[in-house]
Design a protein around this ligand. Structure first.
Ligand code: EPZ
Length: 430
C-alpha cells in the first residue's frame, strides 16, 4: 500500500488527503462573503417584513446562525445560495449559550433586538482560538445609545428604558476600528431617535455591505467604508431583496493558492478594490496580475520573500496572514510577517515547520527563510484560516499530505476541495 494511503488510513478524524506538486488551471469560483452574510442575517431582525438574500455561502457558520434565528421565532429557508428570512413573529430575546459559544457572530443580534424589541439577553461570546476578542466596544456603543446593560455570569442583559423603548441617537468614537462593534452600533442606531455618528469606524467591505442593505431597507446611513459613519434614525425598516458581496478572503486564498503552486489561474467573481492590499503584495513578491471588472487573472513568476503587517481595512487583512505565510515558506529569501490584529494567530507556524518550513517566531512576528519545497506530512489546522493555509501548503509540497481541522475549514470555505479539484487539484475528503 502506498505510504500516503497507509498514513491516511491510520488517521481516523475527518481529514483531506491532498496530493502535492499540484498545478492549477482555469477559473476558481468565489462564493458570497461569510463575514457579510452573517451580519446581514442578523439585520433581518430589524423588520417584520420579508428579507431575501442572494449569494449566501453554504457554510456551517451560516447554518448555525440560521438555527439561532429560528430559536427566536424567525422563519428562515435556504435553497443553495438563496435565503428567505421572515422575522415578523420575532418573540424570543434570549440566545442559548451553547449556540452563541459556537458562533461569535451571533452576538451581532444584540443591536437589532434592542432596536426592534427594546431588550436582549445574550451570552458573552468569549474568546476563540485566535484571541480574547472582547466586545467592550459593542457594549460601550449601545450604552451611548441609551441602553441599560448589565453583564453578569457571562451574560449580557440589555434593555431600552422609557415607554417607547426607543434608543436615542448619539455620537460615538470607537477606541479601535472594530468590525463587529461598528456593525452592532449601526444596526442599533438605524431605528434610534435622531442623529448618530460612529468615528474611528471599521472600513471593511462587509461594513459597507451592511450599510447598503440597511439603506435598501429604508435606513439613512452615509459614510460607510470611511472612518466616520453618520446615521439619521428612522421609525421603520422594510424588507428587500439583496445580493451578498463576493468573499474577498476566499478570493484572496485562491489567488495565494495560484501563487504557491506557481499556477496561471483566474478567480471570479471578485470586487478588485476589496483586495488591493493583497494584490499589491502579490505583485511585490513576483506575480503578474490582470485585473478585470469582476475577475482577476494571476501569473506567478519567481516568488521572492516580502514583508507584511496585518492592519484594519484597507491594510493587509489578518484573515489572509496564514495563507500568505504558507506562500512565503517557499519564496526566495527572507520575509517578516507581523500580526497586529489578534494576539494568537500563529498556530499554523508549528504545522508549517513540520512540513520543512524555516520560521522563527518572536511574539507576533514571524521571520521566514524560504526553502525550495515543503515536504508532505499529516498536519492539523488550529483555526479557520490556519487550516486553509495548510491545504495551500500541501498543494505545493512534495508528496501527499493529510490535513485535519475540517470543522474549522467548513466554517469559512464552501466546497473547498470540489472547487480546487475542478481546477486540477487531487484532494479527497476522508
Ligand atoms: C470580524 O471579526 C471578522 N468576523 C473576522 O473574521 C476578522 O478577522 C475581523 O473582523 C477583523 O477583520 C466576522 O465578521 C464574523 P474586530 P470581529 O472586532 O468583528 C479587538 C474570519 O476568519 N477588539 O474588528 O470580531 C479584537 O480583540 C474571522 O473570518 C477589542 O479590543 O473583529 C481584535 O484584536 C476571524 N475590543 C481586533 O479588535 C472590542 O470591543 C479586531 O476585532 C472589539 C474588538
Amino acid at each position: 500500500m502506498p505510504i500516503a494511503a497507509s498514513i491516511s488510513s491510520k488517521i481516523s478524524t475527518p481529514h483531506l488527503e491532498v496530493q502535492g506538486d499540484c498545478i492549477l488551471s482555469g477559473e476558481l469560483k468565489v462564493s458570497g462573503a461569510k463575514n457579510s452574510a452573517l451580519v446581514l442575517m442578523a439585520a433581518s431582525l430589524l423588520t417584520e417584513e420579508k428579507l431575501q438574500l442572494q449569494n449566501v455561502p453554504e457554510l456551517t457558520d451560516i447554518d448555525v446562525m440560521g438555527n439561532i434565528l429560528l430559536t427566536m421565532g424567525v422563519k428562515l429557508k435556504q435553497w443553495k445560495d438563496e435565503m428567505h428570512i421572515d422575522a415578523s413573529e420575532l418573540h424570543h430575546v434570549e440566545l442559548p449559550y451553547e449556540l452563541v459559544h459556537g458562533l461569535r457572530a451571533s452576538f451581532f443580534c444584540i443591536g437589532p433586538l434592542l432596536a426592534r424589541l427594546g431588550q436582549a439577553k445574550i451570552p458573552l461570546p468569549g474568546g476563540c482560538e485566535i484571541g480574547a476578542r472582547p466586545v467592550l466596544e459593542h457594549i460601550r456603543g449601545l450604552k451611548a445609545l441609551g441602553a441599560f446593560i448589565n453583564v453578569e455570569h457571562g451574560v449580557v442583559t440589555a434593555s431600552v428604558p422609557g415607554t417607547q423603548k426607543r434608543l436615542k441617537g448619539a455620537e460615538i468614537v470607537l477606541d479601535c476600528p472594530s468590525v463587529g462593534a461598528t456593525e452592532t452600533i449601526l444596526m442599533a442606531a438605524v431605528l434610534a431617535e435622531g442623529h448618530s455618528s460612529i468615528e474611528n469606524a471599521a472600513q471593511e467591505p462587509e461594513v459597507q455591505d451592511l450599510s447598503k442593505l440597511l439603506n435598501s431597507m429604508g435606513a439613512k446611513i452615509s459614510g460607510a467604508g470611511g472612518p466616520k459613519i453618520t446615521i439619521e434614525g428612522v421609525k421603520h425598516l422594510h424588507g428587500c431583496d439583496y445580493k451578498v458581496i463576493p468573499d474577498r478572503i476566499e478570493a484572496g486564498t485562491f489567488l495565494i493558492a495560484a501563487a504557491i503552486t506557481r499556477s496561471n489561474l483566474s478567480v471570479a467573481p471578485v470586487i478588485p478594490e476589496h483586495l488591493n492590499s493583497l494584490l499589491q503584495k502579490l505583485r511585490d513578491c513576483g506575480c503578474t496580475l490582470e485585473i478585470n471588472k469582476e475577475s482577476i487573472h494571476i501569473n506567478p513568476g519567481e516568488i521572492k520573500g516580502i514583508d507584511i503587517t496585518t492592519q484594519p481595512f484597507p491594510g493587509f487583512p489578518t484573515d489572509l496572514q496564514a495563507p500568505f505565510m504558507a506562500l512565503m515558506t517557499t519564496a526566495k529569501g527572507t520575509s517578516v510577517i507581523t500580526e497586529k490584529i489578534y494576539e494568537n494567530r500563529m498556530k499554523h507556524v508549528a504545522e508549517l515547520q513540520r512540513m520543512g518550513a524555516s520560521i522563527r517566531v518572536q511574539g507576533n512576528t514571524a521571520v521566514i527563510e524560504g526553502v525550495p519545497q515543503l515536504s508532505a506530512a499529516p498536519v492539523h489546522g488550529g483555526d479557520l484560516r490556519s487550516t486553509a493555509a495548510m491545504v495551500l501548503a500541501s498543494l505545493s509540497a512534495r508528496g501527499n499530505s493529510q490535513v485535519e481541522g475540517l470543522n474549522h475549514l467548513d466554517r469559512g470555505y464552501a466546497s473547498l476541495e470540489e472547487k480546487l479539484n475542478s481546477a486540477g487539484a487531487h484532494i479527497i475528503r476522508h
